[in-house]
Design a protein around this ligand. Structure first.
Ligand SMILES: [Zn+2]
Length: 333
């Protein structure tokens, strides 16, 4: 009787994110892997970011991953975020396009957090055990996959450590993913995608001035050989466009030595085994640049819509550029 009730409950829960109109990443990654492009994963914390993401994805006919970190849940409130995501699906339809939308937890660090996200409608989660030793990472990731499978939620794991700072995740050092470990990790954990460390880095200050930012395509190729057609994820993949940094500094900001990953390298990665590219810092820069300009040039302005509106427009323009010129996911919805 207990088992029967439990199975009914699970059946009901399985439909949860699907009831919101969201999808998991399984089909999206299979198509991206075949088609030689990557799905954009844009982080959001507020209304304007979400509007810009959905509008850009609809205009380019691209599938999209709405990415939420633990920090974003704290900032925006988890209940509001869940309804924002549901609203995003309806908003896309209203704009005239039924694009596939994923709601994904970025850098989950425990089964408890994953559980809370799945129960509030997430269709995909990342479990980041990359700071643990290898066996502990395998065990944690495996436990999350076993749980997520019950609800048809997809799981991203991580091997290797990215340097840099992203919300609560930070590391001073960088450890490249060991190609010899990926096959064993994927087999034992049964994850659906794998984030790797090949030289990308979290935040806006990825590299020392004067150094040449470079993705280790040789490691990526080696990894793809060990796990053919397996979806690979790149974190820390913002390009830190100069125009935003310059505009921020021109209007009173002080960002020194901000350096990112060149977009042509990301384009190459998207054409290979990489199926998902995370973009967060570039959006933060675009927004800040637009807001600074309005506040500096119209000092009497105090209507938030007058600076958040232009920030939203700048974000949308950035996302459209990324989708078409970096990810290549346009017309794949
Ligand atoms: Zn990350």
């Amino acid at each position: 009787m207990y088992n029967f009730l439990l199975s009914l409950l699970i059946k009901d829960m399985q439909a949860f994110y699907k009831q919101l109109g969201l999808v998991n990443t399984h089909n999206l990654f299979a198509k991206a892997s075949q088609g030689g492009y990557a799905i954009p994963a844009f982080n959001f914390n507020n209304l304007e970011q979400l509007q810009a993401i959905i509008s850009a994805a609809v205009k380019t006919s691209s599938p999209v991953i709405l990415q939420v970190s633990a920090g974003a849940r704290k900032y925006a409130n988890q209940t509001l975020l869940r309804y924002l995501a549901e609203g995003a699906v309806a908003y896309a339809k209203e704009l005239g396009k039924n694009i596939p939308i994923v709601l994904h937890l970025d850098h989950g660090d425990s089964l408890e957090l994953v559980r809370s996200c799945v129960e509030s409608g997430f269709s995909s989660v990342m479990i980041d055990g990359s700071h643990l030793d290898y066996e502990a990472n395998v065990a944690l990731t495996k436990s999350v996959v076993e749980y997520a499978k019950l609800y048809d939620v997809s799981v991203e794991g991580e091997l290797g450590i990215l340097a840099g700072v992203e919300d609560e995740v930070s590391s001073k050092t960088h450890t490249y993913t060991e190609p010899d470990q990926v096959e064993d990790f994927v087999k034992r954990t049964e994850v659906n995608s794998l984030a790797i460390a090949i030289g990308t880095s979290h935040g806006a200050f990825k590299f020392k001035p004067g150094t040449n930012p470079e993705i280790r395509m040789d490691i990526l190729t080696e990894i793809a050989k060990r796990i053919p057609h397996f979806p690979i994820v790149l974190h820390g993949s913002s390009s830190i466009p100069h125009q935003y940094v310059d505009q921020i500094n021109e209007y009173g900001g002080k960002l020194e030595n901000a350096i990112g990953i060149p977009e042509d390298q990301l384009r190459l990665a998207a054409k290979s085994a990489v199926c998902k590219i995370n973009i967060d810092s570039d959006g933060r820069l675009a927004m800040t640049a637009a807001i600074r300009k309005v506040l500096a040039t119209s000092p009497a302005e105090f209507d938030p819509r007058k600076y958040l509106g232009p920030a939203r427009d700048a974000l949308e323009e950035l996302y459209i550029h990324k989708i078409i010129n970096v990810l290549g996911s346009n017309n794949q919805a």
